[in-house]
Design a protein around this ligand. Structure first.
Ligand SMILES: [Zn+2]
Length: 446
């Protein structure tokens, strides 16, 4: 395989950007140096640009065989590649991935249809499939998703049983944490009041619903000494609980998503059902607590939580919000949003962006040191960013199957211009350069 030199780009060595040359050989990073590289097959001039590790998206709903109308491995991984994401950990949407057989089938689908490398979360876990955890781990899947609320609600006994089982198989329990009792009581009230307007959805699971569920599962994780990962934190209260738990050495990690960082309830007044998601959007104080959490380390990673729905699945929500699909397309705009709203606005440093989007997700889910950093021996998964490029988000220029984005018309500064997966350029200037078929499943080693 060819040798490639990526020259004069700035990359983070420690906390600081340093101009360096990267030598890629056989799909791996061979060396990083400041001296000119001789005798290479191809040179990429990255002067004036920033080189980051390809992003590792720890939570994205790319592929569900029952919902290929929304996205699939091919369309979703093309959008990912264009957004600088080179590894995705696909999250179960509704078709169960809860037996070894189903896990293997999804791995096969990804290998033949994805453009980028991938790993998998298994789920949705409950008392009935708990005994499959052991066999699933033999396939290299060590993250198991469950819920504290509908539609995949499990009770406290089950949560603890799942933690016992994941712990004894060196695995992670990944929890969607919103309290079912609060949600249920609010739902009954809203239905009784005839509330079907978009904003009713915001009242269904308020901050206290997340706070209560997060407190509970963190307590269980402490008690069970389990590795707990909390999906998509959306509230200031939950950030505080996770932060405290970490000081008590509870093995908890947490994620948040671009939408909770850059959008609030107020945006839903304009975009209505298009911003219906679970958890729902919160207030500006929550968003700033989440940015602070990324800085302090209370919140470990940013994931896209890419969960697109078709326009028609969203439009029905103007009349009855409960009928609309909950979720937004997100994977292609994650990096430019974090650069523009995070780094450029001084909310996070570039070093923190790299940590929460690349290194930490790879470490948490056992994909490190192959993925998530730029070091000799790692896969040559790289994204070259033009920090000065200013561009409006336009759905027609994105690669989503559903053809819309919550960020339509928003001007962002800082865009990926080249994405490389194991030494192959898969996207350049927004153009996909490769067909799927070379994707590798990356087993989790924990
Ligand atoms: Zn999700």
């Amino acid at each position: 395989m060819a040798t490639i030199a990526i020259e004069k780009g700035r990359l983070l060595l420690g906390e600081h950007l340093t101009r360096s040359n990267i030598l890629v050989e056989n799909g791996e990073i061979k060396s990083i140096s400041r001296t000119k590289l001789s005798q290479v097959d191809k040179r990429i001039d990255a002067s004036g640009k920033i080189v980051l590790p390809g992003l590792v998206d720890g939570h994205a709903h790319l592929h569900d065989p029952a919902f290929e109308n929304r996205e699939n491995f091919t369309s979703g991984s093309r959008a990912a590649a264009a957004g600088g994401v080179t590894t995705v950990i696909d999250m179960v949407l509704s078709t169960p991935v809860d037996t070894l057989e189903r896990v293997k089938a999804k791995i096969a689908a990804g290998e033949s249809r994805s453009l980028i490398d991938f790993s998998l979360h298994a789920g949705m876990m409950n008392l009935a499939n708990l005994q499959n955890i052991s066999s699933i781990t033999t396939a290299g899947v060590r993250s198991f998703k469950t819920f504290t609320c509908k539609p995949y609600y499990v009770d406290d006994h089950t949560l603890m049983s799942l933690m016992r089982e994941t712990t004894s198989h060196r695995s992670i329990l990944d929890v969607h944490a919103e309290d079912e009792e609060i949600a249920d009581a609010n739902f009954r009230r809203l239905v009784a009041e005839g509330r079907i307007d978009p904003l009713a959805h915001l009242e269904w699971k308020p901050n206290i619903a997340e706070e209560r569920a997060v407190r509970k599962i963190v307590d269980f994780a402490r008690q069970m000494r389990a590795r707990l990962h909390i999906s998509h934190l959306s509230t200031a209260e939950a950030v505080l609980i996770v932060r405290r738990a970490k000081t008590l050495k509870v093995k908890v990690t947490a994620e948040t998503c671009p939408h909770y960082l850059t959008l609030t309830r107020r945006d839903m007044k304009k975009l209505g059902p298009y911003l219906k998601m679970n958890p729902s959007l919160k207030g500006p104080k929550d968003a700033s607590a989440l940015w602070n959490g990324l800085r302090s380390g209370a919140v470990d990673i940013v994931t896209s939580e890419h969960a697109p729905g078709e326009r028609s699945e969203k439009e029905v929500g103007w009349r009855d919000i409960w009928k609309a699909w909950g979720g937004v397309p997100s994977i292609e705009t994650m990096l430019p949003l974090l650069l523009s709203e995070g780094v450029n606005k001084g909310r996070i440093s570039l070093a923190i962006l790299q940590r929460v989007c690349c290194t930490n997700p790879a470490k948490i889910f056992g994909l490190y040191p192959r993925k998530g950093h730029i070091e000799a021996g790692a896969d040559a998964d790289l994204v070259i960013v033009d920090p000065k490029m200013r561009k409006k988000v336009r759905a027609e220029e994105l690669h989503y199957k559903v053809g819309w984005t919550p960020y339509e018309g928003k001007t962002l500064k800082g865009w990926p211009i080249l994405t490389m997966l194991r030494g192959n350029i898969i996207c350049e200037d927004g153009v996909i350069m490769k067909d799927p078929g070379d994707a590798q499943f990356v087993p989790m080693s924990l």
